[in-house]
Design a protein around this ligand. Structure first.
Ligand code: ADP
Ligand code: MG
Length: 722
């Protein structure tokens, strides 16, 4: 995949001025910190074990030095001989970036040279790179081009306990890769060393999966942590968290506070609540500095959490479960844990993905307790963990979190497995098998999109091309067909804009002005055209002003005036260029429909026909917007510009459930386009008789019966279409 090489981009964060006194003091302090890490004592033993074993499971508490130190040990022990790299996967983008930055600093090299990282749409590596941190999803993509991952001498699956869907697929895949490399080259020369690292004590499962691989435990530093529970259950968690943290702030010794919240919205509310209370703090108390950290926060802002607070200030970090194990934030002494987490769940039958707030597992609660570090204190003092639930509640928590692969949409994963030549997806060596129904649904989904043949193989060229694009299958398909509708530029814009978060910037105190500014880009036909308009206006502004410093200011002013998040938009432009490169690489023309947005909307209908909803009457004669593929009643999400409008027929990108079933990113279409543009799904006969769309599912069932049987003979067809 094409990605922008940017070794120098993070230079500032990583700046080491070798001659300044400050820098040499920092060097010394880093060296001291490293020497004190629990993993340092185990260094030789670990290197020996990696020599002796092809697969190793390493268990060690958060902060013991696994992620930052082990790769450096291996590098110095010569595991990157013959130009082979040491690859370390992370479930989260932030972790890949911050850890690579830290390790580059520790090694005194510029980020992107010896130490680099690779995350989707951002590659900071070079030919010199020996230690490469990357998201687990990126390694999976690399396997498409290099099935035996020959570039790597060692692969470390880090944070394996998180059990993201990509980690789980990698575990199965790497087991096969390792066997194949040994088979081809004999056990020594080209063998792949595999290391699975986890922060929790669930080592047995990993070891068993890898034929009883050796387990090594790193002795942690047992800092005492006092745990507090509430006497009764708390109804208002936000309020309880606020009171707790203010109480810590006014009564406890210095040390930073970490509060675990469920998501961006909650974090922003809490930020506001704290700021409202600041003026009422007793005189003479420490200042408070609030720093949020969550996945969707731009990485430049995420790093703020790692910078120590100035003297006389207490840092309050508001974090999602990202701070449980993936990143190490120094200086934390107090943890406020409401015991909740936002968790993904997926209903394959109706294709509904939902994010619901659920209690954490015992393993998670344990991690949160352990997050406490003493790097900034001269001697260890006890940490404190305030659990905002009762002790009885803790006892009733599930032991471990259910792996994501059992509760998510598998279409993208199945497409990648097919592209890797693994045709028997149901028989793939998963550590935990996903529900059969979910696999079948994704096979069906890919078949309907034309990515699979009647035999269930990747189709040529559609399936092959879809797998090569670093996008969800539905978006990949949309791009592939967009040239036929003369609107590949518009579809590129839409897909790029949908790949970043929060293009529109809505400050807390200027909601009205921000809404008014948004009106300038608004299209009465939907969100996709609105996004395209923003992208067009931005590129016009950039082109108009040319390069240079003055024009940079001009662009920034334009963004401020229009309440546009400049970083997000720049990122979208960057993503646009990268996907454009992928599109050109498969010889598809990049054309624009100009002002003919009907073409674009027809293309959206042709691409997202599976996600269509029309006004329909239900049994009680109530008219409601219902999805056509599975007759779910849906509402348009408040974030959509189509919210509150009465629409006959729409396509959408996301179906999410919060308190209601919402559709997001919505565009108005003509219902007759569906049978015209997706006849294999909707049929044409019924449309002419005026019966459409009520009967479309029967047509489809007749069409695919044989094919779906060949996917899974064991399952009666009725289960697929209940
Ligand atoms: P593990 O992977 O075992 O959880 P890490 O290797 O991530 O541990 O971290 C080891 C230590 O390195 C931490 O305890 C902390 O002192 C230091 N550290 C790691 N990342 C950073 C960072 N971004 N900034 C400052 N210190 C860090
Ligand atoms: Mg780690």
């Amino acid at each position: 995949m094409a990605a922008s090489k940017s070794p120098g981009r993070f230079k500032q964060r990583n700046a080491i001025a070798p001659h300044s006194q400050q820098a040499s003091a920092r060097r010394k302090s880093i060296e001291e910190q490293r020497r004190a890490l629990p993993i340092t004592i185990a260094r030789q033993k670990l290197v020996d074990e990696v020599h002796k074993n092809d697969t190793l499971v390493i268990i060690g508490e958060t902060g013991s030095g696994k992620t930052t130190q082990l790769p450096q040990f291996l590098l110095r022990a010569g595991f990157s001989k013959r130009g082979k790299m040491i690859g370390i996967t992370q479930p989260r983008r932030v972790a890949a970036v911050t850890v690579a930055t830290r390790v580059a600093e520790e090694m005194g090299s510029e980020l992107g040279r010896e130490v680099g990282y690779s995350i989707r749409f951002e590659d900071a590596t070079s030919d010199l790179t020996r230690i490469k941190y990357m998201t687990d999803g990126m390694l999976l993509r690399e396997a498409l081009l290099d099935p035996l991952l020959r570039k790597y001498g060692v692969i470390v699956i880090d944070e394996a306990h998180e059990r993201t869907v990509h980690t789980d697929v990698l575990l199965g895949l790497l087991k096969g890769v390792q066997a194949k490399r040994t088979e081809e080259h004999g056990p020594k020369k080209e063998s792949l060393k595999l290391i699975v690292m986890s922060a929790t004590l669930d080592a047995q499962g990993f070891s068993a999966f890898f034929n009883n691989a050796k387990i090594v435990y790193i002795q942690g530093r047992q800092f005492p942590v006092e745990i507090f529970y509430t006497f009764t259950s708390e109804a208002d968690i936000l309020d309880a968290s606020l009171i707790t943290l203010l109480q810590i702030h006014t009564e406890e010794e210095p040390g930073d506070i970490l509060v675990f919240l469920t998501g961006q919205e909650e974090i922003e509310s809490m930020d506001r609540l704290i700021h409202d209370r600041l003026p009422r703090l007793p005189p003479g108390s420490l200042k408070i500095q609030v720093v949020p950290i969550y996945a969707a926060l731009p990485s430049e802002q995420q790093v703020k959490a790692f910078i120590p607070a100035p003297p006389g200030t207490r840092k309050v970090i508001l974090a999602t479960n990202i701070a449980e194990t993936s990143v190490t934030i120094p200086g934390i002494r107090y943890v406020v844990d409401p015991g909740l987490v936002k968790s993904r769940s997926y209903n394959p039958r109706i294709g509904l993905e939902s994010l619901i707030v659920v209690p954490v597992s015992k393993a998670q609660a344990l991690q949160r307790r352990l997050v406490y570090h003493v790097t900034r204190f001269a001697f260890p003092r006890p940490g404190k963990c305030y659990r905002l639930y009762m002790e009885e509640t803790f006892k009733q928590l599930e032991n471990a979190t259910v792996p994501e692969i059992k509760r998510c949409n598998l279409a993208s994963v199945v497409l990648q497995l097919k592209a890797l030549g693994i045709d028997d997806v149901l028989g793939f060596d998963f550590m935990d098998k996903p529900p059969k129904m979910a696999i079948l649904k994704s096979l069906e989904h890919l078949y309907i999109l034309g990515a699979l043949t009647d035999e269930g193989k990747l189709s040529d060229p559609v399936g092959i091309q879809m797998a090569r694009l670093p996008l969800e299958p539905l978006y990949a398909k949309a791009l592939l067909i967009s040239a036929n509708f003369n609107c590949s530029k518009e579809m590129l814009s839409a897909v790029a804009m949908l790949s970043v978060e929060s293009i529109f910037f809505v400050p807390k105190d200027k909601k009205k002005e921000a809404d008014a500014a948004k009106q300038r880009f608004l299209s009465g036909d939907g969100d996709h055209i609105t996004l395209v308009s923003v992208m067009r206006a931005f590129t016009d502004e950039v082109n108009k002003s040319g390069g240079g410093v003055v024009s940079k200011k001009q662009i920034l002013r334009w963004c401020i005036e229009n309440y546009i998040n400049m970083r997000s938009l720049k990122r979208a432009v960057d993503i646009y260029r990268q996907i454009e490169g992928c599109i050109q690489a498969i010889n598809l023309p990049v054309v624009s429909c100009g002002e003919d947005f009907t073409s674009f909307r027809r293309c959206l209908a042709a691409a997202f026909f599976l996600n269509a909803a029309c006004l329909q009457q239900d049994g009680t004669y109530r008219i409601a917007l219902r999805t056509l593929a599975n007759t779910q009643v849906v509402s348009i999400h408040p974030s959509s510009i189509m919210h509150g409008k009465k629409l006959d027929c729409v396509v959408f990108n996301e179906l999410v459930k919060t308190n209601k079933q919402f559709i997001r990113n919505v565009t108005r279409i003509d219902s007759l386009w569906l049978p015209e543009l997706a006849p294999h799904f909707y049929g044409t006969r019924d449309a002419r008789r005026g019966e459409w769309p009520y009967r479309h599912r029967n047509n489809f069932r007749n069409l695919n019966l044989g094919v779906l049987r060949s996917f899974a003979t064991a399952l009666p067809i009725a289960v697929i279409f209940p």
